[in-house]
Design a protein around this ligand. Structure first.
Ligand code: UDP
Length: 235
């Protein structure tokens, strides 16, 4: 398959790692996703992975706590998910590195842009853990930020739904799916596919976003060949 994109960021929300369990890590689900990351890497795509933490903890949902503390707990959750994915990749012999935005050298390397790029060039999968390292941000923003830093050509945004709709298709059977959207349309219509900070960052840095349904993980490969497998958000 001819590849259009050679360096990508795959953004997985934490909840996809929970599988049917709905909480924590379902290792079989992680293994299933790891296989597709392996396929992508074997096809010659340089893959960076950003994983959320919502299967364990989301800072903004814990209103009684001091927000920064709650957010650091969320960032810790992303580290657990990153370690699970790293382990699943190692198990199938995919060389990978976990780079953490919060220093915890016993279990992950500190994030450094130069190291990330050289690992990617070597064909290693790079997992970006601990979000941006700062509270009040999200792992969507992390995906946009890391994509800009490492010159990724595409963000693959894995969802449990097959693209972006004008309203919730679970609530409205007449909901209309978009094949293509501009960043500005997403911002103007507040479409909620990613948070607005991350959309703005992608817009400023001209990084297209391919939204696809992770229930069909083969879409990961198709999207890298330039096929529109859900909704494409670009200029
Ligand atoms: N988080 C943060 N800064 C970041 C990234 C994440 O504070 O740069 C925290 C925040 O509390 C967030 C949690 O980590 O709620 C988990 O991330 P996110 O909600 O993006 O995970 P997802 O919804 O993708 O599973």
């Amino acid at each position: 398959m001819e590849l259009k994109y050679k360096r990508v960021i795959l953004k997985l929300s934490g909840e996809v790692l929970a599988g049917q369990k709905g909480f924590g890590v379902d290792y079989e689900t992680v293994e299933g996703i790891a296989k597709y990351i392996a396929e992508l890497s074997a096809a010659g795509v340089e893959v960076g992975v950003v994983i959320g933490g919502g299967n364990f903890w989301r800072g903004r949902s814990n209103s009684k706590m001091e927000r920064t503390t709650a957010d650091y707990m969320g960032m810790m959750a992303t580290v657990m998910n990153s370690l699970a994915m790293s382990d699943a990749l190692k198990y199938i012999n995919v060389s990978n590195r976990v780079l953490s935005a919060i220093t915890m050298t016993q279990l992950a390397e500190p994030y450094n842009r130069e190291n990330a790029v050289s690992y990617l060039r070597e064909g290693q999968v790079v997992i970006f853990a601990a979000g941006t390292g700062s509270p009040f941000f999200s792992t969507d923003t992390t995906a946009a930020l890391r994509a800009a830093e490492i010159d990724a050509e595409l963000i693959l945004l894995a969802k449990k739904i097959d693209g972006v709709y004008d309203c919730d298709p679970m609530l409205n059977p007449n909901a209309k799916k978009y094949d293509q959207l501009s960043y500005q349309e997403v911002l103007d219509q507040k479409l909620g596919v990613m948070d607005l900070t991350s959309i703005t960052l992608c817009m400023d840095n001209h990084i297209p976003i391919a939204v696809f349904d992770l229930n069909y993980p083969e879409n990961i490969i198709k999207a890298c060949s330039g096929e529109n497998v859900g909704t494409i958000i670009e200029e």
